[in-house]
Design a protein around this ligand. Structure first.
Ligand SMILES: Nc1ccn([C@H]2C[C@H](O)[C@@H](COP(=O)(O)OP(=O)(O)OP(=O)(O)O)O2)c(=O)n1
Length: 497
């Protein structure tokens, strides 16, 4: 961590994090970024999704018997589209989950890991014919740092043996095994901070509480996230980081300026993740996703921490929008009949997307104006595909009638999408209704309120929810549990005290 970078949490003598003034640190921008917003590259998006998947809230801590591997997240990509979002479970590492779930479909896929996968996973993935394996250059899946100072430490000996085997597999394999972090556009950080602060989730809190300083809510959340994510994904000690990179065969990153550039790049991506996650703040006793109707015969709602995780996946996808003004992301998950040993329990990804011009279109090929600009023929609305439309069109799994399929979307579905969602067999929607009942000439939001065939869980104040929801909540694995036990999800619990 650069000592001069005042945007990063620092600790006082007692180890408490101190929060600098937002104006001094530039978290809040005074002027909106002008012109075309920068887009996150696909590699960076998939890398961020893999980090986020490592933090998927799980029912039990992932302590595997006689297995030194830690948690990891994984994104499986086929022809530039996300095929699966996974994380390690009690039984399996993330790479093993991918083999179990996708089998021969892994051929030609690109895999993004939140840690360098262990040799057990690597040999199977190479054998499956994957195209590329990219991993986050922090500590490996079998951690190289624990016990490093003690040469007799058996865990560390295991990690060294595994690292050597992984290197041998890498040098003899066809797939490209690499670190794929792409340089960020210089305005990217500022733009993500801005769009995170102005997104509909914080917008709803602002609308409900006119006197509340929402920028302050965002800033505190961002600060806590940054500290948590740095602890998890960044090796603060430079000497330790070099040791890890050397053992993972990344000696080239250990020379300057590569080393500093790599670390800066990792910090920037962690900053983006912190910012996006802060756009849906953890306000457990105040805000969450609740239905206004009685739950009746439909499936029970997911636990709030799982919902938030999926909504933030959608918020990350929104960072790749092509809309000049509004980024929207959508993910569709389904609850299968049985657990597949994925860390996500019974949940599996059906599809995901963000709003963008038709596939293959060139920059500025289509109109970009919005409804506030006069010339109707130059407005974007007839050309842009919506996040839900892309998620449905490019889905990687079928929507099954007998399963609970859930859409998580960062903006209220518009009138163009509501019938698609209803007919596609989506059973539940988790979203915000800030735009509900608005008409903006070329896009309107009148039909969502009447979409009675789908259970709607709306980001709102807890006091506004229906009381029948308070009775019992299902876990990520589908078991029912009492609300007072909800906080027992281990893997995503706040790292701070
Ligand atoms: N559920 C939704 C809602 C909207 N969009 C996309 C379609 C357009 O790309 C953009 C439209 O957003 P707005 O309704 O906010 O319209 P404007 O872009 O005109 O912004 P403003 O709210 O300032 O009027 O968002 C989407 O993909 N999915």
């Amino acid at each position: 961590m650069a000592a001069s970078d005042s945007r990063w949490p620092c600790r006082d003598g007692e180890g408490n994090r101190s929060i600098p003034n937002v104006r001094e640190t530039g978290v809040q921008t005074d002027a909106k970024v002008q012109g075309q917003e920068p887009r996150l590259s696909k590699s960076n998006l998939f890398t961020l999704l893999s980090l986020w998947m490592e933090l998927f809230p799980k029912k039990e801590a992932c302590q595997r018997e006689n297995d030194p591997a830690g948690d990891s997240g994984l994104v499986v990509v086929h022809e530039h589209r996300v095929l699966g979002l996974h994380c390690s479970s009690v039984q399996l590492h993330a790479g093993q989950v991918a083999v179990v779930k996708h089998g021969p479909r892994l051929k030609g896929c690109d895999l993004y890991f939140s840690r360098k996968p262990c040799s057990t996973c690597l040999k199977m993935l190479i054998n499956a014919g994957v195209n590329r394996i990219s991993y986050w250059p922090g500590d490996a899946e079998i951690g190289l740092l624990s016990g490093r100072r003690d040469p007799a430490d058996s865990g560390h000996q295991e990690a060294l043996l595994d690292a050597t085997a992984a290197e041998r597999l890498k040098s003899n394999s066809r797939p490209h095994i690499c670190v794929l972090l792409q340089p960020l556009d210089s305005t990217m950080l500022q733009s993500v901070d801005q769009t995170s602060q102005t997104c509909d989730f914080l917008g709803k809190i602002a609308a409900d509480n006119p006197t509340l300083d929402v920028a302050d809510v965002f800033r505190k959340e961002w600060w806590n996230n940054s500290g948590d994510f740095l602890e998890k994904f960044f090796i603060n000690d430079e000497e330790q980081h070099m040791y890890v990179l050397n053992k993972m065969g990344l000696e080239n990153f250990c020379v300057e300026p590569n080393f500093s550039n790599l670390r800066q790049h990792m910090r920037n991506l962690i900053r983006i993740l912190a910012s996006v996650a802060a756009s849906v703040p953890v306000l457990q006793d105040e805000y969450g996703f609740f239905t206004r109707e009685p739950l009746g015969t439909g499936s029970p709602a997911l636990p709030q921490d799982v919902i938030r995780h999926c909504v933030i996946q959608a918020r990350l996808l929104a960072c790749r929008t092509e809309d000049p003004k509004v980024g929207v992301g959508a993910v569709i998950w389904a609850e299968g009949k049985q657990s597949q040993c994925d860390g996500t329990g019974r949940l599996y990804l059906v599809g995901c997307g963000y709003n963008a011009y038709p596939v293959g279109s060139q920059y500025a090929e289509y109109p970009q104006m919005d409804h506030k600009q006069k010339e109707r023929q130059n407005r974007k609305y007839r050309y842009i595909l919506h996040a839900e439309q892309n998620a449905l069109t490019f889905r990687s799994a079928e929507i099954k009638e007998d399963e609970n399929t859930m859409l998580f979307v960062t903006k209220c579905p518009c009138d163009e999408c509501v019938p698609l969602i209803g007919c596609a067999g989506i059973k539940q929607i988790y979203t915000t209704d800030l735009d509900s009942n608005k008409v903006k000439h070329d896009i309107s939001y009148l039909r969502f309120d009447k979409l009675n065939s789908v259970q709607r869980f709306i980001w709102q104040q807890k006091s506004a929810r229906h009381t029948s929801e308070q009775a019992a909540l299902p876990t990520a694995n589908g078991c029912m549990k009492r609300r007072d036990k909800e906080t027992h999800f281990q893997c995503n619990k706040r790292l701070r005290s």
